[in-house]
Each structure stands twice: as structure tokens, then as C-alpha cells.
Design a binder for this molecule. Structure first.
Ligand SMILES: *Cc1c(COP(=O)(O)O)cnc(C)c1O
Length: 371
């Protein structure tokens, strides 16, 4: 069986360092606000090429805290609008809502599945304050076109980098492409903890300081609380794990690209759309997507051939019961993505045999339907 993602195998490949790091932290007697988090924040800021990194509890909190801080600093007002891609994991949209702002859904481009820069312009109103770019599946958005629109209207760019650790755009890393970025280190991400963790990266020192305060009960000094905050911390054990795994992120991303290259080479199926593999590290293949109107049949066929796949995602945000206000929007590109997308197994540790097994199974499905 080719698993969609073998986390046990991935984490075993970091031994014995991983267990040593956890053991060291357990024995240290210090579990929050310590040397491991400090080290991770310093290293991850440098890795992304920004001045500040703030470790928080998870990716949703990272994104929420960015917007809460903009409001707290008076740079945004409750009810202001944030343009978000209509096809994303629901967390991107929940972050905007949790902060008291209004998400405005923007269609993606079919070719990249990322926010369509040409459509952003038509959604800007006097209340628009920011564009959230989600580098979905690990592919960086078309930033130049987005910069052009954003600079004309004086908007902030907030990046959702939960799927794009280490991805680059013209030599700049995701996390340094906007005014602030939220990362998730959920176990299955390209840089994954052994539980929940997240971070904000930014060059804005005032924003970083406010995020740090809001993530710690709105505290500026012990028992002094000038702001209404939340509790969202990266803990020392997760930071120790991330400090071990960060050292291999670039090598792992290279390996993911190599797996993608082999899929593209080996899959030869008429009617199946494959992602483009470029050399610029603009795509770190958190998810390897294929598209076909026969998606559900292909998934069932692969399952019968012992190949595990997933759908990212089966129900778009505007079709979720929790977001009923958006249900009447016409979002044909978004809906096509949700109807046709299938995610093939992807991991830096996928073997040549596994890649061939997946490719052969995909090819034989299309031989069987195309005749
Ligand atoms: C995983 C993910 C998040 C949320 O991260 P958590 O750490 O689970 O809160 C946000 N946005 C996207 C695009 C994601 O894939």
C-alpha cells in the first residue's frame, strides 16, 4: 500500500536527534518561553529573510493574531474587508472572521489555483484593507501582479504560508513576500511539529511586538494587560522538534520537487492535468495535485490498487454551512477545482517503486477509460 503521507516514517528518519531533543526538553524543567522557542524564532526569521518571527500555538492563531494586531494598532477597524481566495482551507477565512473583519471571496486562476490578481481589483472598496494570499498546495502566488494592485490601493498583504515553507518567489522566501505571514507546523506540513505549533513572520517590529503581547493575554509586562489578548504559545517541546527538522527543510523540499518531476515524467494519461514543475523553487509540493472530471472514479480505482489519495478540498468554503452568507456567490473556477482535484501520495521519503506504482495505476485507469 502506498500511503498518502507516512508521518511515522518521516519522523523516524530524524532519529535519534528528535527523541534526544524531546528528552532534553523534558529533563530541562522549562516548558514555555524558553531557549528552544527563542532559537527557533531566530533561525526561522533568518531562514525566511525577515526581521521577526513570533512562535504561536497553531497556524489559525498565527493568521488571526496578525489581523487582531492590525486592529489593536488602529491600522484596521472591525468590519473592514480582507480579500481572500475563495479556494483555500477554511482556516484562512476563519482567521479574518475571528478578528472581526469581513472576508471578500476572490476567484482563483484555474492554472495555479491561487488568487487571481486580475480579479482582486474588481473587489476593492473603500473598506478594503488587505489581501490575503494563500500559497496553496505549496505554490507561491503571482506576486508581481498582486503588488501592482495592492500598491495602487494602499492595502496590506497577509500571506498564509501554511503549505509553503521554503517556497520562493524571485529569490525571496514565502513569509517575506508581504507585510506579515502566518505559518502552521501541523504535523503533516512540509515543516511539521509533533502536535500543534505556528508562527508569524514579519519585518514590521511594531506588529511583531503587538502579536507577542496579544498571544500572551494582551500582556506588555507580567500582570500588566493593556490589550484584550488570547493565549497562544509555541511550547518548548515543539520548538525543540522544529529546531531539529528545520535543518532538513530545503533538502526535503528538493526531494518533493524530484518526486513531482518523476510523477510528471511517468504519468502519461490523456485527459489528466498535472502541475508544472519549475526550477525556481516557487513550488514546494506540499500537495501534488492532479485534475480530471473523472476524479471520483480515479480515486476509487487507485484505492483498489492500494494507492491512498486525498481531496483538497471536497467542499469549498462558500458551500460550508458555517459560511452560509457566501452560499449564493458564483465561483465557477473555485467549484471546478473542488470537483476535479485529487492529491497523489507526496512525501520526501517516497521511493522510486512507490512513485512508479502510483504512476502505473494512474496510467492504467486512463487506458481503461480512454480505451
Ligand atoms: C494547515 C493550514 C492552516 C491552519 O493551520 P493549523 O496549524 O492547523 O491551525 C491554515 N491555512 C492553510 C492553507 C492550511 O493548510
Amino acid at each position: 500500500m502506498v500511503k498518502y503521507l507516512d508521518l511515522q516514517k518521516i519522523n523516524a528518519s530524524f532519529e535519534p536527534e528528535l527523541t534526544e531533543a524531546v528528552e532534553r526538553t523534558v529533563k530541562s524543567g522549562w516548558y514555555l518561553f524558553g531557549a528552544e522557542v527563542e532559537e527557533f524564532e531566530r533561525r526561522f526569521a533568518r531562514y525566511c529573510g525577515v526581521g521577526h518571527c513570533v512562535g504561536v500555538g497553531n497556524g489559525l492563531d498565527a493568521l488571526t493574531l496578525i489581523f487582531m494586531s492590525y486592529i489593536s494598532l488602529g491600522r484596521m477597524q472591525r468590519g473592514d474587508e480582507v480579500i481572500v481566495p475563495a479556494n483555500t482551507y477554511i482556516a484562512s477565512i476563519l482567521a479574518v472572521l475571528r478578528a472581526g473583519l469581513k472576508p471578500v471571496f476572490c476567484e482563483p486562476e484555474w492554472e495555479t489555483c491561487n488568487i487571481d490578481a486580475n480579479k482582486i481589483e474588481t473587489l476593492v472598496t473603500s473598506r478594503t484593507k488587505a489581501v490575503m494570499v494563500v500559497h496553496l498546495y505549496g505554490r507561491v502566488c503571482q506576486m508581481d501582479a498582486i503588488y501592482k494592485t495592492v500598491s495602487q490601493h494602499g492595502l496590506y498583504i497577509v500571506e498564509d504560508c501554511a503549505q509553503a515553507h521554503g517556497a520562493m518567489y524571485k529569490g525571496t522566501k514565502a513569509g517575506a513576500l508581504g507585510n506579515a505571514a502566518g505559518f502552521s507546523f501541523y504535523p503533516g506540513k512540509n515543516l511539521g511539529a509533533l502536535g500543534d505549533a505556528g508562527a508569524v513572520t514579519t519585518d514590521d517590529g511594531e506588529l511583531a511586538e503587538r502579536i507577542r503581547a496579544l498571544a500572551n493575554y494582551g500582556s506588555s509586562a507580567k500582570y500588566v494587560h493593556p490589550y484584550i489578548g488570547i493565549n497562544s504559545r509555541m511550547d518548548e517541546i515543539q520548538a525543540a522538534v522544529l529546531n531539529v527538522k528545520l535543518g532538513r527543510l530545503d533538502a526535503d523540499n528538493n526531494r518533493r520537487r524530484e518526486v513531482a518531476r518523476q510523477y510528471v515524467e511517468k504519468i502519461n494519461a490523456k485527459g489528466l492535468l498535472l502541475p508544472m514543475v519549475d526550477e525556481e523553487q516557487a513550488h514546494v509540493f506540499h500537495i501534488f495535485t492532479v485534475f480530471t472530471p473523472l476524479r471520483d472514479r480515479l480515486q476509487a480505482f487507485l484505492k483498489a490498487r492500494d494507492v491512498q489519495t486525498l481531496i483538497h478540498y471536497p467542499i469549498p468554503p462558500h458551500r460550508q454551512k458555517s459560511l452560509q452568507d457566501y452560499a449564493t456567490l458564483s465561483l465557477p473556477v473555485t467549484e471546478r477545482i473542488y470537483r476535479e482535484e485529487l492529491s497523489l501520495p507526496m512525501s520526501p521519503l517516497l521511493t522510486e517503486e512507490e512513485i512508479s506504482q502510483v504512476a502505473d495505476a494512474v496510467n492504467s485507469f486512463f487506458v481503461s477509460v480512454n480505451g
